[in-house]
Ligand binder design. Structure first.
Ligand code: NAP
Length: 264
């Protein structure tokens, strides 16, 4: 571990109570940063905040008021805001014909609008620090197709446009923005998705989990800490000249042409 990259820095992490968000909070705190974690469930947020010496804010990333409160509390408690990890996300299944409009709109509200609002709330505070770094947690779903995934896939693809837009608009103020596209990561969200798909297919969740990654060159899912290490890199001064970039962390899944696997 590289120590001290976040010394004197303050990070807001939406969806920081579990999975990738919680691992990112721990990583940034381990490297000397102060963290504010935000989400809807109080208990996991408080547990992460306690371990990190950080602060928990109960709120919904679809609410600009909640996000503004989180930023204000970061400034009051820790003196400013330098980093935003827009990580809160949900997935609801369905195709164009089967997804309910309520589900479609809620996934947009949380994943895409939630990330935009988190940036809107954070940028004025970053400006007061003469710069900052924003990281949008997208997904390999932004780059590829998947069955019955229309709302998730479309919002994650939209986040790549949001990323480039923020990078253009705020680069001159030394505010960077990058997007990270993980493949399967062992978190609550992945466990829920695997259980749902396995039930539909009538197979065990373990069997499905093995099947899903067998075409990845690395043949496994990621651990949240592995993704958190990349979040930390992109939000640190080590990535000072990186903005508007989209980075995949997918175990090599993106380079696989399934049509040629028969020759392997
Ligand atoms: P997770 O453990 O389910 O984390 C998602 C977090 O988002 C939860 O802590 C949840 O907390 C929070 N959240 C959900 N809706 C929210 C809302 N309206 N307002 C505030 N917080 C909200 O799953 P994860 O895998 O770590 O997901 C983190 C991000 O990575 C997501 O954006 C996801 O799409 C992305 N991702 C995950 C994978 C994977 O395989 N796991 C792959 C690619 C991308 P509350 O429910 O308490 O609010």
């Amino acid at each position: 571990m590289v120590e001290g990259r976040f010394a004197g820095k303050v990070a807001l992490i939406t969806g920081g109570g579990s999975g990738i968000g919680a691992a990112s909070a721990r990583r940034i705190a381990d490297e000397g940063g102060k963290v504010v974690v935000m989400g809807r469930r109080e208990a996991p947020l408080r547990a992460v905040a306690e371990v990190c010496g950080g602060h928990a804010v109960i709120g919904d990333t679809a609410s600009l008021d909640d996000l503004a409160r989180a930023v204000a509390e970061a400034e009051e408690r820790f003196g400013g805001l330098d980093v935003l990890v827009a990580n809160a996300g949900i997935e609801l299944f369905g195709s164009v014909e089967t997804v309910s409009l309520g589900d479609w709109r809620r996934v947009f509200e949380v994943n895409l609008e939630g990330a935009m609002l988190a940036a809107r709330a954070s940028i004025p505070a970053m400006r007061r620090r003469d710069g900052g770094a924003i990281l949008l947690l997208a997904s390999v779903a932004a780059l590829a197709g998947a069955p019955s995934y229309v709302s998730y896939l479309t919002t994650k693809a939209g986040m790549l446009g949001l990323n480039r837009s923020i990078a253009h608009d705020y680069g001159p103020e030394n505010i960077r923005c990058n997007a990270l596209c993980p493949g399967w990561v062992r978190t609550e969200m992945a466990e829920r998705a695997i259980a749902d798909i396995a039930a539909l297919k009538g197979i065990s969740a373990d069997a499905l989990a093995r099947d899903m990654v067998k075409v990845y060159p690395l043949r496994r899912m990621a651990e949240p800490a592995e993704i958190a290490a990349i979040v930390a890199f992109l939000c640190s001064s080590d990535a000072a000249f990186v903005t508007g970039a989209t980075l995949s962390a997918d175990g090599g899944g993106g380079i696989v042409d399934v049509g040629t696997l028969q020759f392997g």
